[in-house]
Every structure is written in C-alpha cells, then in structure tokens.
Design a protein around this ligand. Structure first.
Ligand code: GCB
Length: 633
C-alpha cells in the first residue's frame, strides 16, 4: 500500500503512479530465478528521412534481419562507439534491436518479468510482435510481466524487439533541441539535414547500456520493500514495509534480519513493523574514522509463507542516520566532512555500457585517493555500481539526469512531469541504499530567476514527500546574491571554476575570490556548504613551468589554491567534490580537446600528477603544505 503522502502525490500526478510499482533488483532465491538476456543482439538504425520506417513497416513483427541489413550489437553497450561509422556514432532517432530467447519449461507456471535496466532515452518493447512496455528516460530500470505474450513457452524461441530513441526536446530530462536549417536558408545543406543540440557537455550516449533480464516470481509475490533506520543509543531501529501483490494473508509474512555472518539478529511479522537490533553494527563511510568498519550491511529476509508457492526476497541494508545540524552534517551523530569526487561515468566508458571490471577499477581509484563520497553526475549510475557504494562505504549524492535546465523554456509543466517521474523512479530504485544521503534534483539549473522558484518548490517538495529521510539539494552555479531557490535545499552545493572558466590562468585570484565567495554563502545562509565541482582541464603529459592552462602543473597549482582556501574556510565548509575522477567524452566542441579533461585520472584510468596531490590531501587531511610550486601562500 502507498503511504498517505505518496497517494496524494500520485493523485496530483496520476501518470507517474506506475513508478510506484516495485523496482526490486532481480535476485535469485528459493522462489525466484534470473536469466540474463545480455549478449550479441541484432541492430540497425532507422535512418529514413522521417526516422519512422520501422513503425510504418512494422519491423517489430518479424526478425530485424528480415527488414534489412543488421549488424551485431553487444547488450549492454552504447551503440555510438562500437562501429567506425560516423552516422551511427552521431545518429539521432529510433535505433532497433532484437534477440531471441528460450525459456525453461519449469517457468510455465511462474510469473515472468522482463526488465531492462536502462535504455537511453525513449524505449518501446515488443515480445513476439506484441508491445509489452514503453519507457521514457535513461539510466533507470523498467519492467513488465510478460506471461501473456510468451506464446511459445517451451517449443520455440521468443523474439524480443526494442526500439530506442535518443531524441532530446526542451522538455525531456535532460533537455536538448533538434535544429533544422531555416527553410529559406540561402546556405546549402544536404537533404533532410538536422542536428541535435545538447545543453550538457557530456556525449549523448544511447542504446541499451545496462542488463536486460528475465526473472520469475510466484504468482503472488513481494512487489516492494521499504526500509528506514534510526539509532537510539546503541540500538538500531529498523522500520520495514512490504508491499505484496496477490493472495498473501498479512499473517503469513515473516521478516528476519541477518547479520554479516548469517546469524538471525531480529525478527518480525506482517507487512510493516519495527525491529530493534541491540548493539547494532552501524553503516559507516570509508576513509573517515579508522575506528569504524565501513559499509556494514545486514540482510532483511522476507518470506510470504512456508509452502512451496511462497515468495522469498533478501534485501541488503545498513543502519545509519544522516542529519543536518546547523552548518554541520552528521553521519550516525558524528560530524562528517565529504572528501568527495564527482564522477561522470559508466554509461559512457568507451561506450561500453555496464562493465564490471571498470566499476571495480573506479572504486579502487576512489579508495586509492582516499575519498569517502562521490556524486553520480549527471545521471543515476547502475545498481551494480551502487551496490559497491553500499558495500564499500561511500556516501553518494544521487542525481537525476536533470542537467541543462538552463532556460526558462525548459522549466515547463511538461518538463516538471518528466522531472517528477525521473525523481520518483530514482527514489523507488535507490531508497533502501545506506550509501545514498542526498537526492540531487538537478545540476546547474536556471535558479537565478524569480520565475524559477515555483518549479523548484514543486520538484523539491515532491521529492521530500517521497522520501523525507534523506537530504535534498541541487548543484548550483549561481552566486549567493543571485540564486533564488537555494533557500529550499537542506545543504548548499556550489560548482566553482574561478581560474578556469572565469579569471582563466589568473591563479592569484583564486584564493581571495573563492574565500570571499565561501564567506558570503556562509553568512547569507545558515546551512551546510559543500563545493560540488572545481577543476581544471588538463592534458596528460603536457608540462609547463611556470604553469599554463591545460598543463599538469596548472591543474596542481589550481587545486592547491582551492585546497588552501577550503582549509581556511573549514568552519563554513562541510565538504568538497573535485571535478572530476576521470576524463570523459563530450560532444565535439573547440573548448574540449577530445573530451572533458578535468579528470585526475585519464579515460584509461592512469593518474595525472593531480591524482597524487588529491591522494596526499585526502589521506593526510588538514595538511595543506603540499604544493609542487612554492607559490601557494
Ligand atoms: C560544469 C558542469 C559539468 C561539466 C563541467 C565542465 O559546470 O556541471 O557537467 O562537465 O562544468 O567540466 O565543464
């Protein structure tokens, strides 16, 4: 059952209520099986002039290979970087995929769910020529029960067809535009020529970039679980709520909490309740306090009965609290400072899509530099990625893809609906993660106009109504005296580029101007203040003494001045997130030489000199005397 606030939110926005169906990660158990459909699929783009041939000719009614020439396409991956064909890299419109699968006859009497963990941006899905689901928005899973479409359960293949469209409009999250040459333009263009303009620097990777899976549940099943936790003295308080579908009497639901060794440490019954765990192991962040074990997870195990038809689901969770007190952030009632990294990642790693090796590599890099937190800029990362944050103990600022809402035209009712939808899906997916301390509703939105206020009031209130237990903010690039919405947030995040986008090359201006800026924010708002981005573009192996922009020395000089200023403002500052962990691909522009180069690691995950600088800072926090040139005073 939905809570009162959630029902009210759904009443206001009836078209987003589907998001309140459960999004539990597919996990095997005594009652559930999972079959991955990842692999080599067939693929073709629809480059017909109106991009509509696939629908006009009903490509979903046959094998894609019968409709024209197909190429092999790995799923998961973004299709853009896979071929040598610039038309595929830069394609805008419907891209078509299909594959075939068999099911074990054991699945005949089970509920079968098809889940796509992310398709960028719009997707339509058919099973055996029948449309089974649609979804708008990348980076978030969507799923549907498909039993009625599986006409050939045991004696033939099933065909799965997916059409994905990466077109962004002024009202999508993120927004963009399609630009056509003026009809009366005297300048010649090829026939049917158009371009897509992005309002973010990241490359608009597209395709099915995370797992596709089938999983089973019993016919009556656990649809959703919500856990919130609290701490009283040394006792962990675990509140749980289980949503079931089908014929499951309340009294049949049992809940157990297991510790890391599998011992039962708490029990409950019914669809909601509170379980107390004396002397609880709390969930702590890594690289923060050596007395605390980072990432301690319990398991909540739910059974819907004892017989063979019962459903069983195991959900990892941590016991922790996160609070704002004045200008401080408290994790488990202890003051916390974010030694953070901003990451622009994952769906764009060489276009490979979800990649377990790269997830582990990037977590190893974060551990190595001594970070304790990161921001998923500027879209939600995969659940496999987020699992590592829970397990290793990184606090996460979890962001929806609302990047580039930089004109008032973007702040329409239609955008708001899409934005709320994206927020509710993200919260539904990540609401049980101890690592997530913050919902970031946007990156650098147009919040410096009075007209923006109602929009941001609505999206922030809506987010709070869905999850009052976490903090809410947006990444702000305006000034303390120009922003009109920052009073709505729980803690203030500011992106700053003094010495890069402004005052380029003028290192001596960084400390006085940044200090003034931080002091003004602190005096104006009695809220925690965090630097959510600061960074300088750096070409690896370009060296200059004295330093100049784009050299490795400039990045060090730039960062050192920021760090000194942060340290001089420590009472006012509750954390810093460097921009960014690794270089990443962007759309082509003359300000980006082969992508965004503000990484402290290259795209190949090798350190620039700055990585050593940050490592030294984070591992010996408060030691500010690390500077490769003696110009940091
Ligand atoms: C920003 C944006 C981020 C960009 C970054 C940059 O302000 O928030 O998405 O990647 O600057 O490096 O330009």
């Amino acid at each position: 059952m939905l809570g009162r606030k959630e029902r009210f939110a759904c009443f206001l926005l009836s078209n987003i209520c589907s998001a309140w169906a459960g999004l539990l990660y597919p996990r095997t158990s005594q009652s559930r099986e999972v079959q991955l459909l990842d692999g080599m699929w067939n693929f073709r783009i629809d480059d017909s002039p109106n991009r509509n041939a696939g629908f006009e000719q009903r490509w979903y009614e046959r094998s894609l290979s019968e409709t024209g020439q197909v190429i092999p396409m790995p799923v998961p991956s973004s299709y853009n970087d896979i071929t040598e064909d610039g038309r595929i890299r830069d394609f805008v419109g419907w891209a078509w995929y299909d594959t075939e699968f068999f099911l074990s006859s054991d699945w005949a009497n089970k509920r079968v769910v098809l889940r796509i963990d992310s398709a960028q941006y719009n997707a339509i899905v058919w099973v055996n020529s029948k449309q089974v689901m649609t979804h708008q928005g990348g980076h978030i899973p969507f799923q549907a029960e498909i039993n009625q479409y599986l006409t050939v359960l045991s004696d033939g293949p099933n065909r799965l067809t997916v059409a994905v469209n990466n077109t962004l409009t002024p009202h999508t999250i993120p927004p963009g535009t399609i630009d056509w040459p003026a009809k009366d333009s005297p300048i010649p263009y090829p026939p049917n020529y158009f371009t897509q303009t992005l309002q973010m620097d990241s490359f608009n990777y597209a395709g099915i970039d995370r797992h596709v899976s089938l999983y089973t549940t019993p016919k009556s099943y656990i649809d959703d679980i919500t856990i919130t936790t609290n701490i009283v003295d040394t006792t962990g308080i675990v509140n749980y709520r289980v949503v079931t579908v089908g014929d499951i009497p309340q009294g049949d639901i049992t809940v157990r909490i297991l510790n890391k060794t599998g011992a039962i440490v708490g029990q409950g019954g019914g669809s909601s309740g509170t379980i107390q765990i004396p002397n609880a192991n709390l969930w702590w962040a890594i690289n923060t306090n050596s007395l605390h074990q980072p990432g301690y997870l319990y398991t909540l195990e739910v059974h819907t009965g004892q017989d063979v038809d019962a459903d069983v689901y195991r959900l990892p969770f941590g016991i922790r609290t996160i609070k704002v007190v004045g200008r401080k952030i408290l994790l488990n009632n202890e003051e916390f400072y974010f030694k953070g990294v901003g990451i622009h990642n994952e769906a764009e790693i060489r276009g490979r899509g979800l990649d377990y090796a790269m997830i582990v590599k990037d977590f190893n890099l974060m551990r190595w530099v001594g970070a304790n937190s990161f921001r998923t800029a500027v879209f939600p990362f995969s659940e496999e990625w987020m699992d590592q944050a829970d397990q290793q103990g990184f606090l996460v600022a979890d962001e929806v893809p609302a990047v580039g809402l930089n004109s008032l035209d973007n702040l329409s009712n239609q955008t708001l609906q899409n934005h709320m939808n994206a927020m509710s899906e993200l919260i539904q997916r990540d609401k049980n993660r101890p690592s997530v301390f913050l919902w970031s509703v946007a990156n650098e939105p147009r919040t410096d106009r009075p007209e923006s206020l109602p929009y941001f009031q609505k999206i922030i209130n809506f987010t709070r109504s869905l999850d009052p237990s976490r903090l809410i903010s947006f990444m702000c690039n305006h000034d303390f005296n120009t922003d009109k919405c920052v009073h709505l947030v729980d803690l203030i995040f500011i992106n700053r580029y003094i010495g890069w986008y402004t005052q380029t090359g003028l290192l001596d201006l960084i400390q006085p101007q940044l200090k003034y800026d931080l002091d003004q924010w602190a005096e104006t708002f009695n809220k925690p203040l965090v630097i959510s981005e600061y960074g300088a573009g750096t070409m690896p192996e370009i060296h200059r003494v004295p330093s100049t922009v784009f050299s490795e020395e400039y990045q060090i000089d730039f960062l050192s001045r920021y760090h000194r200023t942060f340290d001089s403002a420590l009472g006012n500052l509750t954390g810093e997130f460097i921009w960014c962990l690794t270089d990443f691909n962007t759309y082509q522009s003359i300000t980006r030489v082969n992508g965004n180069k503000k990484g402290i690691f290259t795209r190949e995950r090798q350190p620039k000199m700055s990585a050593f600088n940050l490592r030294h800072r984070y591992l010996t926090f408060n030691n500010t005397d690390f500077c490769i040139e003696n110009r940091c005073t």
